[in-house]
Design a protein around this ligand. Structure first.
Ligand SMILES: *[C@@H]1O[C@H](CO)[C@@H](O)[C@H](O)[C@H]1NC(C)=O
Ligand SMILES: *[C@@H]1O[C@H](CO)[C@@H](O)[C@H](O)[C@H]1NC(C)=O
Ligand SMILES: *[C@@H]1O[C@H](CO)[C@@H](O)[C@H](O)[C@H]1NC(C)=O
Ligand SMILES: *[C@@H]1O[C@H](CO)[C@@H](O)[C@H](O)[C@H]1NC(C)=O
Ligand SMILES: *[C@@H]1O[C@H](CO)[C@@H](O)[C@H](O)[C@H]1NC(C)=O
Ligand SMILES: *[C@@H]1O[C@H](CO)[C@@H](O)[C@H](O)[C@H]1NC(C)=O
Ligand SMILES: *[C@@H]1O[C@H](CO)[C@@H](O)[C@H](O)[C@H]1NC(C)=O
Ligand SMILES: *[C@@H]1O[C@H](CO)[C@@H](O)[C@H](O)[C@H]1NC(C)=O
Length: 691
């Protein structure tokens, strides 16, 4: 019985470690949806906006005024939310407790109507958070949804409504919802001049345009992050130059590219392309134009997916922002390991210009000879960035003095073991949450390699996301049966978490050679790289396999350091001698060999000799397949032989390392395990161990 459990933990850990993708859609930790002024809950799509009275303790306002429209509003799918409003007559503050720091949506729904003496069409007010001004001198005369995203670093988010003099504020509905960390990374490309913008983490962003090229409106219920995408016709400068195409089933989410959270397949699966009629002489741009506020920078995110070509290497095109070329001879498939119709996104930050009130985006043919002129764009997002005063609106200074009382220094040195425990627990927890959502849906046990690798840019300005999914419409395929995880972890019993605590003082006494999880190269170069994470990950692999602390000073000298001890046996080819005894005889030798080899490669002395995280995960996936494969005559009848299914994929994924030409970020920015950033985890390890 015990050894069964040991085996389950092993396979489960294998699965979890190798299962680096978001398998079942995003489940926000913080999720506040309020139907302001309403006394009952309101369901819109698949989301429930709570009655205002159930959340009123999060609002402080001089008087409680609940407004209800006298006629029913039927202007949009969200009209239910527009029946009621909160009148905020005087400075008012919402305070939301934030369970998970990081980026959050803030969405305001406005639909002005007349209630009593309050004509909401005349309301003028400002809205700010602790750190940013979101709206100033704001007024509306029709229904409007304003969407912002802010990185909340403290344990609460305050949203302050301040009426202009002699006016009041109002609000029909409000959302404060967690966003996956990987959605907005810290850096983007600049093009005028060419370079990198860093510091998106601290930016408040307002979504000013979110467009689904060549397709219909996509409603929040069809987007994992509750976003709305609008069609592009209204923005086309010359509709006659453009035509639309649709092939949603072709979209593939591949390693190094976008994920369904970046944009749904309904966005990637439709596009506006040049109406070139296959005429090789076609030479024009398709251009979209957007009104923008001068004096702000904008984050422009392009979504590409070549659903046009029948084969590889048929489509090359140029991409422009205003008159600057931002991508030349772009072939999205080349950037995605030559997978046709892979989903790709690219981020650019525009220069600051105090007089420019239009932003143009164009696509046009490349000058590469012997290819038919064409160009494609599938989706586009334009996000306004806060200015140097922290404002997204006008030149208003911050309205609230509650600013600058940020929670600092929240992160204190955790012991290394505790961090690992947290990671494993967090990953399991996430699976737990995801599985709950899917409890009644089917799942398959098919495993497909899920590599995750670095975000290097082979062309100017391309940016890759961290997550990975292999194929659309099969998201469910990568879920570990929840019951299995639950069982294997003794219902998420903390005591079962692998990686016992390490006593700091003991750590400091054990120091020969390498140092627990820490990359030995760090001692030579005083610099951590992406490959340092790989090293640390390798140590974790041995930790999982051997079920012992990474440093255990109570053991004989040669055994103190797990990395050295395990490598010694691995090199002898006798790793089975030191594995968790409860696994004895249960791990298939092939699987163990693959696992050991993978961990060994991670622990190479020099970073360059270590594999990419994507390779590591792929190899673990493979090890798992070897573990699950049915050997003829094997009593385990329920397993299926998956090697046959796996082999065709191997070729596709054997070269996952994207060596970059463009500026390579010095810090590691990769390897998210379902939102748990390995980089962050390991940098914490380093901080705590380095003391
Ligand atoms: C909200 O108010 C309505 C009507 O006043 C009441 O029926 C309902 O129970 C209240 N809900 C909560 C959670 O207080
Ligand atoms: C939020 O900001 C903090 C501090 O700047 C940063 O460490 C963190 O990575 C940011 N998170 C996101 C999701 O932007
Ligand atoms: C696609 O183009 C056709 C013809 O130009 C047009 O009638 C249709 O509305 C377009 N569809 C979308 C979703 O843009
Ligand atoms: C949106 O989702 C609904 C079901 O949730 C589905 O019937 C519909 O086809 C989806 N629409 C698009 C454009 O994907
Ligand atoms: C497309 O637009 C860019 C930027 O405005 C311009 O430089 C280029 O010449 C245009 N190409 C064509 C074919 O009109
Ligand atoms: C700002 O935009 C205006 C209008 O597009 C343009 O004429 C001007 O050259 C731009 N200024 C800078 C510094 O780029
Ligand atoms: C945006 O606001 C933050 C303060 O939260 C500030 O650090 C940052 O510099 C501002 N961005 C710009 C582009 O000025
Ligand atoms: C709002 O507009 C008024 C009049 O245009 C102006 O005086 C005031 O400075 C503005 N306030 C803010 C915060 O932008």
């Amino acid at each position: 019985m015990m050894s069964d459990r040991g085996l389950k933990i092993f396979t489960c850990a294998l699965s979890i470690l190798s299962l680096a993708s978001l398998c079942c859609g995003f489940n926000p930790v913080d999720n506040y949806l309020i139907d302001c002024g309403s006394s009952s809950d309101t369901t819109v799509g698949d989301r429930v906006f709570l009655a205002d009275n159930s959340t009123s303790n999060s609002l402080s306002t001089p008087k409680n005024i609940f407004a209800r429209a006298s006629t029913s509003v039927t202007s949009s799918d969200y009209s239910l939310l527009y029946q009621t409003a909160r009148i905020l007559d005087g400075t008012s503050k919402y305070t939301f407790s934030i369970q998970q720091p990081g980026r959050h949506w803030i969405r305001f729904y406005f639909y002005p109507f007349v209630y009593d003496s309050y004509n909401m069409n005349r309301a003028i007010f400002h809205v700010s958070t602790q750190d940013h001004v979101l709206l100033s001198n704001f007024s509306v005369n029709s229904n409007v949804v304003k969407e912002f995203s802010v990185n909340v670093t403290s344990t609460s988010l305050e949203i302050i409504f301040t009426p202009s003099s002699n006016s009041f504020a109002f609000l029909n509905a409000l959302e404060v919802v967690s966003i996956p960390d990987a959605l907005i990374t810290d850096d983007a490309s600049t093009f005028d001049p060419l370079g990198t913008f860093q510091g998106l983490f601290s930016q408040a962003l307002e979504t000013v345009f979110r467009v689904n090229m060549g397709g219909p409106t996509i409603l929040p219920e069809n987007d994992t992050l509750g976003r709305t995408w609008v069609p592009d016709q209204d923005f086309l400068i010359n509709e006659n130059f453009a035509t639309n195409i649709s092939k949603i089933s072709a979209v593939k989410y591949v390693e190094g590219g976008a994920t369904p959270d970046i944009a749904p397949n309904a966005v990637y699966g439709t596009a506006t392309v040049m109406k070139s009629g296959d005429d090789p002489r076609s030479n024009f741009n398709v251009t979209w134009q957007f009104n923008v506020d001068p004096g702000f920078q904008y984050l422009v995110r392009f979504h590409f997916c070549d659903i046009l070509s029948k084969a590889l290497n048929e489509l090359y095109f140029e991409v422009y922002i205003d008159s600057s070329i931002v991508a030349k001879d772009l072939d999205p498939s080349i950037l995605l390991q030559n997978i046709l119709a892979g989903a790709l996104y690219m981020d650019f930050v525009t220069p600051l210009n105090d007089s420019k009130n239009k932003l143009r985006v164009s696509i046009g043919p490349s000058s590469i000879p012997n290819v038919l002129p064409n160009a494609i764009l599938n989706g586009l997002e334009i996000m306004k960035m806060n200015n140097s005063l922290g404002s997204l609106s006008g030149s208003a200074p911050l309205l609230s003095d509650s600013r600058s009382k940020k929670n600092v220094g929240m992160i204190v040195g955790l012991t290394a073991g505790a961090v690992i425990a947290v990671v494993v627990a967090a990953i399991m927890f996430m699976f737990c949450r995801k599985r709950k959502k899917l409890a009644h849906q089917g799942h398959s046990k098919t495993w497909i390699p899920l590599p995750v690798s670095g975000g290097n840019s082979p062309t100017v300005g391309s940016k890759y996301s961290n997550g990975t999914t292999v194929s659309v419409n099969s998201n469910l395929g990568y879920c570990i049966p929840f019951v299995a995880v639950q069982e294997a972890t003794n219902n998420f019993d903390e005591a079962w978490v692998i990686g016992p605590e390490i006593d700091q003082t003991h750590v400091s006494t054990a120091v020969k050679g390498s140092f627990g999880y820490l990359d030995p190269e760090y001692f030579r170069r005083q610099q951590l790289t992406e490959k340092s994470d790989v090293y640390s990950f390798g140590v974790v692999l041995f930790e999982v396999l051997c079920a012992r602390p990474v440093i255990d000073p109570t053991l004989p000298r040669e055994m103190v350091n797990l990395a050295e001890w395990a490598m010694k046996w691995q090199k002898k080819g006798q790793l089975e001698q030191i594995i968790d005894p409860t696994l004895g005889g249960k791990i298939r030798p092939d699987s163990l060999r693959k696992f050991g080899e993978t961990a060994e490669k991670c622990l190479a002395d020099f970073g360059v000799d270590r594999p990419s995280m994507g390779d590591v995960l792929w190899n673990l996936e493979y090890a798992l397949q070897l573990q699950e494969v049915v050997v003829p005559g094997d009593p385990e009848e329920n397993s299926t032989n998956m090697i046959g299914e796996l082999s065709p994929k191997i070729n596709n994924f054997s070269h996952v390392d994207n060596s970059g030409l463009a500026a390579q970020s010095e810090t590691s920015s990769v390897d998210d395990l379902s939102g748990v950033s390995m980089s962050k985890v390991f940098s914490q390890l380093v901080k705590s161990e380095g003391r």
